[in-house]
Ligand binder design. Structure first.
Ligand SMILES: Cc1cc2nc3c(=O)[nH]c(=O)nc-3n(C[C@H](O)[C@H](O)[C@H](O)COP(=O)(O)OP(=O)(O)OC[C@H]3O[C@@H](n4cnc5c(N)ncnc54)[C@H](O)[C@@H]3O)c2cc1C
Length: 414
């Protein structure tokens, strides 16, 4: 084979109704809803699964409602994520302990490891008929002569591949390549906030715990194999100070807990650490434009907030359902696409707004009375959101594939 023939053989073109870039919470959930609605969905991810990602992983009632709608709660429990039935907040006013109320069909919360959560969501997508290509890195979108996005250019172990599609979903996380490629503008920007560090520790953990001391919000999320995700969120300068004083991330984390949350530090010391400390510094707080001709963003790709409210997974899950409905409408009836996508954008911003504001306020570490008051407000807002999500009509399920395929012409990569 000459060089020209080898190049031609290596460059492949695939097609789908929808290509979803990113196969974790937002991408797998969007793919499941779209495949259940009868569309041919191809999901691409540069990662190999099952695998972890940087994230602690408690799921609020709003997210549990969405996991129930996706039908994955039983699989997560069967896979070893312990049902969590109690939440404790320890602060300067003492310890408040609350049982999780049985509401909206949710009687417990979960904090599954991401390798398990993302795999369960991917299984749901595959069972619905979506296709998944792992180890496939997307470089940018492909546009037609009208500037509409009509696919993505990617490469995998076999070389470059173009995937043509009627809609491209960017579910590729905070540093979204799709967002950059379509030049999605930031629409709301608040200052980036602090640092979140965490490690897995075996021990006797049975409740979700939150510990508030001056300038540190720490906690415990019991998870698989008798371990808990033990975490601490601080302003950036606090994390840096400990990091500079210690001999590395693990020692800095232990010293921070010893100084600021000694009761928790003692329990950590009596267990055994199962992973090195991981985390994120300077967490962005912003919204990006949610959609444009032929493309949309969902999950962290479109909306990112500090981890202090532990609500990113829940946000990604409900936004994926809203997005899938809008994309479904546009694929079935192109005349309605613009209106449906605008509605997705408006609803995303409306449903995310209040918890975003609370997140930004908490991440600024106000005085402890204000902090505790904001936590109460957060619990109420999560209940309001969970109610609205629970009472939405169930996403549609159809057997038939979508109609009205449109050929892509005059393609260019951006
Ligand atoms: C330290 C920390 C703690 C957190 N704790 C919590 C918590 O307790 N509870 C909670 O609800 N949320 C929490 N979050 C937030 C939560 O992790 C995110 O909101 C959630 O992961 C968003 O999911 P996603 O699917 O949008 O993006 P991601 O999980 O980031 O997935 C994006 C996927 O896209 C893929 N990808 C990226 N670029 C490309 C490309 N060019 N080509 C192909 N694939 C690509 C990646 O490989 C990845 O698999 C936390 C976040 C952090 C940083």
């Amino acid at each position: 084979m000459d060089d020209g023939a080898r190049t031609a053989a290596a460059h492949r073109t695939l097609s789908a109704d929808v290509v979803v870039v990113g196969a974790r919470v937002a991408g797998a959930a969007a793919a499941t809803h779209l495949a259940r609605a009868g569309h041919d969905v191809l999901v691409l991810d540069r990662a190999e699964f099952p695998s972890d990602t940087i994230s602690t992983h408690v799921i609020a009632r709003s997210g549990m409602v969405q996991l129930a709608r996706l039908g994955v709660v039983e699989a997560l429990v069967a896979g070893g994520a312990p049902p969590l039935r109690r939440v404790e907040l320890t602060s300067h006013v003492g310890t408040v302990s609350k049982d999780i109320r049985d509401r909206l069909g949710i009687s417990f919360l979960l904090a599954p490891r991401r390798y398990a959560l993302d795999a369960a969501l991917q299984q749901a997508a595959l069972a619905a008929g979506a296709r998944l290509r792992q180890g496939c890195s997307v470089e940018g979108v492909i546009r037609d002569s009208t500037d509409r996005v009509v696919g993505v250019r990617a490469h995998d172990g076999d070389g470059p591949v173009d995937v043509l599609a009627r809609h491209v979903v960017g579910a590729d996380g905070l540093s979204s390549r799709i967002a950059r490629s379509v030049r999605a503008a930031l629409t709301i920007v608040e200052p980036s906030s602090g640092a979140c560090q965490y490690a897995y520790v075996t021990g006797s953990w049975d409740a979700i715990e939150y510990h508030l001391v001056d300038g540190v919000f720490a906690g415990v999320f019991p998870t698989h194999d008798g371990a808990a995700c033990v975490w601490a969120i601080t302003p950036e300068e606090v994390a840096r100070r400990y990091r500079h004083a210690g001999r590395g991330a693990d020692e800095a984390f232990v010293n921070l807990l010893l100084d600021r949350v000694p009761e928790l530090a003692a329990r950590v010391a009596s267990g055994s650490g199962t992973t090195p400390v991981r985390g994120m510094l300077r967490m962005p707080n912003h919204f990006r434009e949610a959609c444009g001709p032929g493309w949309s963003l969902v999950g962290d790709a479109g909306y990112h907030r500090d981890a202090i409210t532990g609500h990113g997974i829940s946000d990604a899950l409900w936004a994926a359902e809203l997005l899938a409905e809008a994309v479904d409408t546009g694929l079935r009836c192109p005349a309605l696409e613009t209106v449906a996508m605008a509605e997705y954008a408006a609803n995303r911003d409306r449903l995310a707004a209040r918890i975003f504001q609370i997140t930004v306020a908490l991440a600024a570490f106000p005085d402890r009375d204000t902090f505790v008051g904001l936590q109460r407000e957060l619990a109420l807002e999560i209940d309001v959101l969970a109610d609205e999500l629970h009472h939405r009509p169930q996403p549609c399920r159809r057997e038939a594939p979508a109609l009205e395929r449109q050929p892509a012409v005059s393609l260019s990569l951006t």
